[in-house]
Design a protein around this ligand. Sequence first.
Ligand SMILES: [Zn+2]
Length: 120
Amino acid sequence: MPTISGACRRISNLIIFVKFLKIFLNKVANLIFYRQNHSAIYQLLIMAVPKKKTAKSKSKVRYSAFQKKAQKKIADKVQLENCPECKAKKLVHRVCEECGKYRGKQILVEKKQEKTRISA
Ligand SMILES: [Zn+2]
């Protein structure tokens, strides 16, 4: 005679089995349809696999948010000021790239175009 607890155990075992089967099938489907870079055995046995493919727009939105954050971080670190000579934006404590002056002194000199010599 099968007892009630035995039947319960069997059913719970069945549920667990079905769960694992679902996970396994999901991994197989991932292998077939999405083809990620990892090796097949590694993916089947160890790796956690996403249920669905990430849409292009989704990843783009995520990346743009990340990009904005990164840009803000950089902008906070970089200090800009107006050049006293030509009023162009320049980095502090650096030579102005527009006029080539730093603290009133001419530091950068425009290079003259060198003519190529032709040996006779
Ligand atoms: Zn300048």
